[in-house]
Design a protein around this ligand. Structure first.
Ligand code: GLC
Length: 555
C-alpha cells in the first residue's frame, strides 16, 4: 500500500456558524476560527475541513451557494479567509473546502439568469422540464421530503431540486457546467487550499431522460436513478485529469447509499482513481434503516458487520474515510454510546473508529463529548430537512411521537454552538443571544473544564491521535475482527511490520467476560489506551467495565 499524507492525517471538521463568534454578532465566523487555531492544532489533527464558508442565503446553512468565489459576509471577508488559510498552514494544518456542485442556491446568478433569460446558456445549467399535462415531469421526491420539482409560472416549466426548493440541481451533463466546476476548483486550489470534501458528489449524474421511479418512499423517491448515475465515473475522471491531478491535493466524496463494491470503482488506487476516499453512510445505520429518521434499536452486530466489510474490502486497494459524527448526524453518544456513561462511552467510541485503517474525521464538539439538545417544541428547530421530515412523520405517527423522533434524528442536534466555557452562552459569543441554542449542559460539558481534567474526553482524543501518529500499525496495519458473534464486544486486531494491536471495545454497561483471542498473550502486550485506571488481566482474560475500551500494543 502506497503511503501518502492524506492517509496519515486526521481531520477536524468546523461547521462555521456554530464554532466560535469572533465579532459578537451571535454567529460563528472566521475571526472566531482564527482565535481557535491553536486549540485545533493542540488536538493533534493535521487538517481542517470547513463546511461551506461561501456566500449563501443560508437556507441549508451554506450548502446553498450563491457565489462560489466569495465568503459569506456574516463569516468575514476573503481577506479573513486568506489569513485563516495562512495561519493554519503556518501551524502545519491543511485546509479542506466543501465543494457543493450538485446544486446551487436559487440566488446564484446562473439560476436567476436561467429564469430571467431563458434563451441564454444558463437555462441549460439546470434541469428545467415541462410538466406532463398538469403533472410534474416525474415522480421523484426530494431528500428533504416533498416533491423534487418546483414550478415556475413565468417559464411554465419545473426545475429539479433533490434537496430544498432553494437548491436547484445543476445539469452536470452540460459541458459548460463542468467547465465552471473546474474553474471553481482551480480558484481555490490556486489560493492554496489542500483539497475538497465533495458534497453529495455521487448524485451529480442523473439517468438520461429523468425517468420516474417504480418505487415509492416517503422521501427521495427516484434515488436509484441518480445515486450512482451513468456518467459519474466520466465526470469525476474529467475533474481529476483536468484539475485535481495538477495539484498536491486530496478529495473525499460524500456518497449516500454507497456500497464497497461501488466505492471501489471510484477510489481504487491507480490511474483510474477518481477520488481519494468516500464518506459512506452504512455504519450510520446501526440504529435505523438508511438514515436516522427510520429509527430502529441499536445493533452492535450490524455496526460491526459494516465496519469489517469496509475494512476488509478496501484494504490494500483503497482508503477509508472514518467518522462517527458530522453536521448531518445527531451526536453519537446519544446513538451508539450512553449518556449515563458519557465519558466512558465517548472514549470507547473514539477508539472504535480511530484505530481502524483510514483517515479519521472528528466533528466540532465531538472531542468534548457534546450531546443532543433537549428540544421540546418543533418551533425550536431551524434545519429545513428536520422541519420537512417532521411534517411527514407527524402525518404518520402524530405530533408527540414525531417530536420524539425529531429529538433523536435531527441534524440540529449537531448544530448547537460549541461549548467553550461556563460563561454566558458557553463562551461562544459575547452577543446577548447566539444565533442558535446553547445546550443547557454547557456548565459541565465545555472545553475549559475538559482542558483542566487529565482524564477528560478531550485529553483522551489527544492521546489517541498522538498514538496513531506515532504508530504506523494504526495507520497502515491490516485488520481482522474477533468475536464477530458478540452482541456486546467489538474486538479487532491490526498488524504491520511485526507490530500488533488488539483493540477491545465494550458497547454495554454490563460486565462481559473477555478472553484474549488465540495467539495473544495480554501479559506480553502493553495497554496503551484505556478509559479506566489500572487495567487488570487475570489468566489472559478480564471482565469488562461499562463501555470499557483497551488497546494493547505488541512489539
Ligand atoms: C450534504 C450535506 C448536507 C446538505 C446536503 C445538501 O448531505 O452534508 O448538510 O444539506 O448535502 O447539500
Amino acid at each position: 500500500m502506497q503511503k501518502s499524507w492524506y492517509k496519515e492525517m486526521s481531520v477536524y471538521q468546523v461547521w462555521p456558524r456554530s464554532f466560535c463568534d469572533g465579532d459578537g454578532d451571535g454567529i460563528g465566523d472566521l475571526k472566531g476560527v482564527l482565535s481557535k487555531l491553536d486549540y485545533i492544532k493542540s488536538l493533534g489533527v493535521d487538517a481542517i475541513w470547513f463546511s461551506p464558508l461561501y456566500k449563501s442565503p443560508q437556507k441549508d446553512y451554506g450548502y446553498d451557494i450563491a457565489d462560489y468565489r466569495s465568503i459569506q459576509p456574516e463569516y468575514g471577508t476573503m481577506e479573513d479567509f486568506k489569513l485563516v488559510l495562512d495561519e493554519a498552514h503556518k501551524r502545519g494544518l491543511k485546509v479542506i473546502m466543501d465543494l457543493v456542485i450538485n446544486h446551487t442556491s436559487d440566488q446564484h446568478e446562473w439560476f436567476k439568469k436561467s429564469i430571467e433569460e431563458p434563451d441564454s446558456k444558463y437555462h441549460n445549467y439546470y434541469h428545467w422540464y415541462k410538466g406532463k399535462g398538469k403533472r410534474r415531469p416525474n415522480n421523484w421526491m426530494s431528500t428533504f421530503a416533498g416533491p423534487a420539482w418546483e414550478y415556475n409560472e413565468k417559464l411554465d416549466e419545473y426545475y429539479l431540486h433533490l434537496f430544498a426548493v432553494e437548491q436547484p440541481d445543476l445539469n452536470m451533463d452540460n459541458p459548460e457546467v463542468r467547465e465552471e466546476v473546474k474553474d471553481i476548483m482551480r480558484f481555490w486550489l490556486d489560493m492554496g487550499v489542500d483539497g475538497f470534501r465533495e458534497d453529495v458528489i455521487t448524485f451529480i449524474s442523473k439517468k438520461e431522460g429523468l425517468p420516474s421511479s417504480p418505487y415509492w418512499f416517503p422521501v427521495a423517491t427516484g434515488i436509484e436513478k441518480y445515486m450512482h448515475g451513468p456518467h459519474l465515473d466520466e465526470y469525476l475522471l474529467e475533474f481529476k485529469n483536468d484539475v485535481l491531478s495538477k495539484y498536491d491535493c486530496m478529495t473525499v466524496g460524500e456518497a449516500p447509499m454507497m456500497t464497497t463494491k461501488n466505492a471501489l470503482k471510484h477510489i481504487t488506487e491507480g490511474p483510474n482513481q477518481h477520488l481519494n476516499m468516500m464518506f459512506h453512510f452504512e455504519h450510520m445505520a446501526a440504529d435505523c434503516l438508511f438514515y436516522s429518521w427510520f429509527k430502529t434499536k441499536f445493533s452492535l452486530k450490524r455496526l460491526k458487520k459494516v465496519f469489517s466489510r469496509w475494512q476488509k474490502d478496501l484494504y490494500g486497494k483503497a482508503w477509508n474515510a472514518l467518522y462517527l459524527e458530522n453536521h448531518d448526524q445527531p451526536r453519537v453518544i446519544n446513538r451508539y454510546g450512553s449518556t449515563k456513561y458519557r465519558v466512558e462511552s465517548a472514549k470507547m467510541l473514539a477508539v472504535t473508529y480511530i484505530c481502524q485503517c483510514g483517515t479519521p474525521f472528528i466533528y466540532q464538539g465531538q472531542e468534548i463529548g457534546m450531546l443532543n439538545y433537549p428540544f421540546t417544541d418543533i418551533e425550536q428547530y431551524t434545519d429545513v430537512s428536520t422541519k420537512n421530515n417532521y411534517d411527514v412523520a407527524k402525518a404518520i405517527m402524530g405530533p408527540d411521537r414525531a417530536l420524539k423522533l425529531a429529538n433523536y434524528a435531527s441534524r440540529d442536534n449537531a448544530r448547537t454552538v460549541v461549548q467553550w466555557n461556563t460563561e454566558k452562552n458557553a463562551g461562544f459569543t459575547t452577543a446577548d443571544e447566539p444565533w442558535f441554542m446553547v445546550n443547557p449542559n454547557y456548565k459541565e460539558i465545555n472545553v475549559e473544564a475538559a482542558e483542566k481534567d487529565p482524564d477528560s474526553i478531550l485529553n483522551f482524543y489527544r492521546a489517541l491521535l498522538k498514538f496513531r501518529k506515532e504508530n504506523e500499525v494504526v495507520i497502515y496495519g491490516d485488520y481482522k475482527e474477533h468475536y464477530k458473534r458478540s452482541k456486546d464486544l467489538y474486538v479487532y486486531e491490526r498488524n504491520y511490520e511485526g507490530k500488533r494491536l488488539l483493540v477491545i471495545n465494550s458497547f454495554t454497561e454490563n460486565a462481559v467476560n473477555f478472553k484474549a483471542p488465540e495467539g495473544f498473550d495480554l501479559s506480553k502486550g502493553k495497554c496503551v489506551l484505556t478509559n479506566y485506571k489500572d487495567p487488570k488481566v487475570s489468566g489472559n482474560a478480564f471482565t469488562t467495565k461499562p463501555y470499557e475500551t483497551r488497546v494493547y500494543l505488541f512489539e
